[in-house]
Structure formats: structure tokens, C-alpha cells
Design a protein around this ligand. Structure first.
Ligand code: 76R
Length: 272
């Protein structure tokens, strides 16, 4: 019987996986088994190269919390689950020990820029164009095109292959004093606007993927930051801590720092 297809109304599923390798088990492998595992993993990664989904990206974790990391992207949850199992089946039984997993989905932010927002910005922003004029219509059409593109990539990410990937899960607080969910929409939208302004200062140094996991996993969001250098990650996370959204409402889980390496590079790096 064919398997079902399980899609979202919009967006795609994303799975972050971290594993440790059982070194005792690995040292006891028969000749050729390590190379066989690498060849299987290479084949699987080559099947899902991206940049859009379906995609499988491999990483080596640095820092000692794990050895291997993977990010899986698929529009179909059943196919995502199958990719996960195929990935594990590349390795000899018992060699991979799960360290951390996170299942989330892409989404349009609640505070997405609306057509009315765009019109307001064009009318009251730098150029102060008058509604009903050809200049206004032209500016609106261009802004709408940019906004539509932004929304497309937010739902269908094509994350860059920069050297470093930092992953951590986070929540927005629900304390009596600082309860994000008890704030009204306009306040949240304003606060997120200032958050985004801080984020945009890191253009070219940090690229981010925010995936939502409320009801799907133990934290509300997964934060995936891509960078060329570790100090860019440290700086943005540090600066965000002073931003009101994070300072008052941010709660964080474990941080994983990873190198974007293909299977052959991982084998060399981990001396497998
Ligand atoms: O969507 C966008 O790219 C623009 C606006 C934006 C939203 C809606 C944005 C921009 N973020 C949004 C939502 Mn973000 N972000 C984080 C973290 O470490 C911390 O303190 C927090 C972790 C970082 C580092 C970061 C970076 N962001 C969110 C949400 C969902 C909240 C909700 O819906 O209530 C979370 C949890 C979150 C967390 N953010 C940006 C960045 C950066 C670098 C940007 C600018 C991106 C750009 O303009 O290209």
C-alpha cells in the first residue's frame, strides 16, 4: 500500500538532528564498514542537495556536545520521516547515538508586513509619495514584489552553505510579569520590528532560519544561524540580549555549534 502524503497548508517541515558516534563500536567495525557508511551517506546527501527542499545538509558538531549534525527539509512529513530513517540506516547498527532532535516547520511571521503597512511606509516614509499617483503605484508594486519574495523564502528557505551553523531552541516567556502571550498584537509587532532592525545590521555576516515548533516539540522555535565566523554568532546573540524582546521574553535551550562539511570532510575531520 502506498504511504500517505502529509503536507502543511503552507511551508515545509524541518528536522535538526544531532548524534554522537560510539567510538568503541566504530573501532570494532570490520574492514570496509566505515567506507561503506560514508558511501551510503554521500549517496543520500547527493540525492537531496538543495538549496530548496527536499534537502539534507550534513555538519560536524564542534564543542563536544555531539559528533554529527544534520538538517532535513521536506514539504511532506512522511518523506521527512523516511529521510531521517534512511540517514540512520547509513550507519552500522548501534554506532549512532541520538543526542538531540528538533522537529519544526517554516511559517510566515504573525507580524508579517501587510499591503497596508507597505502603503503607509510609501506615503509617510522618506519619499512621501501621494496615493493615486503613478509614482506611488510603481513604488507599491516594487515593494509588494519584494515582500512576496521575502514571504516565499521564509516558507521555502534556501539557506546558504556558510562555514558555521549555530542551532538553539527558544521560547517566549509566560511569566506573570513578562508574558509575551498576554501582550496585545500591536505591542508585539512593534517589539518584533525593533528585533528585526537589530538583526538586519548583521546582513552578510549572519543568515537566519526561524522555524516554529509550538505543539510539535519541547520549545516554541528553532533558531538556525549561519555564519562565516563564530564571533558573528556571539555578537548577534549578545546584541539581541539587549533587545527588549529577548531581554524580557527570551528563554533559551542548548546551543550547538557546527561546521558545514560534506560526508567525506566529516570522515576526515572525525577521523573515521
Ligand atoms: O522575518 C524576517 O526575517 C524579518 C523580521 C523578523 C521576524 C518576524 C526577524 C528578523 N526575526 C523574526 C522572528 Mn529573528 N531572530 C531570533 C534570534 O538569540 C536571540 O536573542 C533570539 C534568537 C535571532 C538571533 C534572530 C535573528 N526571530 C523571530 C522569532 C519568531 C517570533 C514570533 O513570531 O513571535 C524568533 C523566535 C526569532 C529569534 N531575526 C531577524 C534575526 C535576524 C538576523 C533578523 C534579520 C533578518 C533579515 O532582515 O534578513
Amino acid at each position: 500500500m502506498p504511504l500517505p502524503t502529509v503536507k502543511l497548508s503552507q511551508g515545509i517541515h524541518v528536522m535538526h538532528l544531532f548524534y554522537r558516534l560510539d567510538r568503541t563500536r566504530w573501532d570494532a567495525l570490520a574492514a570496509g564498514q566505515s567506507a561503506e557508511a560514508r558511501a551510503k551517506l554521500e549517496k543520500l546527501c547527493a540525492q537531496f542537495p538543495g538549496p530548496a527542499q527536499p534537502r539534507l545538509s550534513s555538519y560536524a558538531n564542534v564543542g563536544g556536545k555531539a559528533d554529527l549534525g544534520f538538517v532535513l527539509y521536506h514539504a511532506d512529513l512522511v518523506a521527512l520521516g523516511a529521510m531521517h530513517r534512511e540517514l540512520e540506516a547509513c550507519f552500522p547498527a548501534g554506532a549512532l547515538q541520538p543526542v538531540y532532535s528538533f522537529l519544526s516547520v517554516t511559517e510566515l511571521p504573525e507580524y508579517v508586513t501587510t499591503d497596508d503597512d507597505l502603503k503607509r511606509m510609501i506615503e509617510h516614509g522618506e519619499r512621501k509619495l501621494k496615493p493615486g499617483t503613478p509614482e506611488f503605484d510603481e513604488a507599491f508594486a516594487a515593494a509588494k514584489k519584494r515582500n512576496d519574495e521575502y514571504k516565499h523564502y521564509r516558507l521555502n528557505p534556501e539557506l546558504e552553505d556558510w562555514e558555521i551553523m549555530c542551532f538553539y531552541p527558544m521560547n517566549k516567556k509566560r511569566n506573570l510579569g513578562d508574558n509575551w502571550y498576554a501582550l496585545d498584537f500591536d505591542t508585539r509587532k512593534k517589539l518584533m520590528g525593533s528585533h528585526a532592525k537589530t538583526g538586519r545590521k548583521y546582513a552578510g555576516r549572519i543568515s537566519q532560519l526561524i522555524t516554529a515548533a509550538t505543539g510539535l516539540d519541547d520549545w516554541e522555535w528553532g533558531v538556525t544561524l549561519i555564519a562565516h565566523q563564530a564571533d558573528a554568532v556571539k555578537e548577534i546573540v549578545h546584541e539581541m540580549r539587549f533587545d527588549e524582546v529577548t531581554a524580557r521574553f527570551g528563554d533559551f535551550g542548548e546551543f550547538f555549534i557546527n561546521l558545514r562539511l560534506n560526508p567525506a570532510q566529516i570522515w576526515e575531520h572525525l577521523k573515521l
